[in-house]
Design a protein around this ligand. Structure first.
Ligand code: DAH
Length: 346
């Protein structure tokens, strides 16, 4: 029996089944219910005790060697691994790892800040949770004035008995203008991107949060002509040379005079389509000369300095550039939507 065990051990060590089928045959031959090793154990039972003592150990070793080999084969260790060579086939093609892309809102935000930085504007940011002063009062929204209803606000009540302690989710990035002017000395020339919130029902055309870019230029002698030229340049850069602009009188509490700027529809080139409601024009931003009250609220002398400001929605600009028809797509994180922008990694 000792010779038999030795021979089987050698056979096990040398065997290297090439296929799953051969490996299974190997298992059945040695370890199966009617296999070699169970049969040896059966014979072992009837051996005299001295022989048992001598052979028990080698029989167990044989069983272990067979089990180990089966495990190796199960774990996919192939013939070459059994012979000590790694089974890695370096000539096989690798598994591609998907590369992410920038979100379309980030892409457009980056493009906008890029254009203005070439005009010498720096980038500033402010908090999304604002106090009444920075979001409204400093911007010339009088208390209880209906102008506050222009934007439906999410308030955060800090003290149930005192509504004057309320904070708000900022309704526009104009609040950052105030912080910028309060913190520094003129001249100011900055662009302020960020997320804003409004208490709106979510639909294809409205959302309770979206993104804006605010612009501010305050110095001695800044005029409405500077505002027009700056925004004209911006539009040529963003939508292409030849894009027309027009300014319509408007009202904002923080600018005087105020205007809204339209561009010739970038989709139908002014011929008329659903995007421009067949007018050939689409509104892209609000703007105006900073109201002297706002300058003095922020510690800037309105007798010496003038300035212009503007604010635009990034989603709106993105819709025009990429014709996204439903605002909700921007916040749903659907990879099928987002992946369409992947080629534009910057
Ligand atoms: N804050 C305005 C809004 O959210 C946009 C705006 C209009 C910003 C005119 C300005 C401005 O700076 O001058 O609708």
């Amino acid at each position: 029996m000792r010779e038999k065990i030795q021979a089987y051990l050698e056979e096990i060590n040398a065997s290297s089944p090439a296929s799953a089928e051969e490996a299974e045959q190997f298992r059945i031959r040695f370890l199966g219910r009617k296999g070699i090793i169970p049969a040896l154990f059966e014979t072992f039972k009837s051996l005299p005790p001295e022989e048992k003592k001598e052979l028990g150990k080698s029989l167990n070793q044989l069983k272990q060697a067979a089990s180990e080999k089966v495990n190796q084969l199960k774990n996919g260790t192939s013939r070459s691994a059994a012979q000590g060579t790694p089974s890695l086939d370096l000539s096989l093609p690798g598994e591609p790892s998907p590369v992410g892309g920038r979100h379309p809102i980030s892409l457009v935000e980056k493009e906008i800040t890029g254009i203005f930085s070439r005009l010498g504007f720096s980038v500033a940011e402010g908090p999304e949770i604002e106090d009444d002063w920075h979001n409204f009062s400093a911007l010339n929204f009088p208390a209880e004035h209906p102008a506050r209803d222009m934007q439906d606000t999410f308030f955060i009540r800090r003290d149930p008995n005192d509504t004057s302690a309320d904070m708000a989710l900022r309704t526009h990035t104009s609040s950052v203008q105030v912080r910028l002017m309060e913190q520094g000395k003129p001249p100011f020339r900055a662009i302020m991107p960020g997320r804003v919130y409004r208490n709106e029902a979510i639909s294809a055309r409205a959302h309770c949060f979206f993104h804006q870019v605010e612009g501010l230029y305050v110095d001695e002698g800044v005029s409405f002509a500077d505002l027009k030229q700056t925004l004209f340049y911006f539009v040529q850069e963003l939508f292409g040379v030849g894009t027309k602009v027009r300014f319509r009188p408007s009202y904002f509490p923080f600018t005087e005079p105020s205007a809204e700027m339209d561009i010739s529809c970038s989709i139908c080139q002014g011929d008329g389509c659903a995007m421009c409601k067949h007018t050939g024009w689409v509104e892209i931003l609000g703007c105006g000369m900073v109201d002297p009250n706002v300058l003095s609220n922020c510690g800037v002398d309105p007798a010496r300095y003038t300035g212009f400001a503007f604010g635009m929605g990034i989603e709106r600009i993105t819709n025009l550039k990429y014709q996204v028809k439903d605002l909700r797509l921007f916040s749903e994180n659907d990879v099928r939507f987002l992946a369409q922008f992947q080629s534009e990694i910057i």
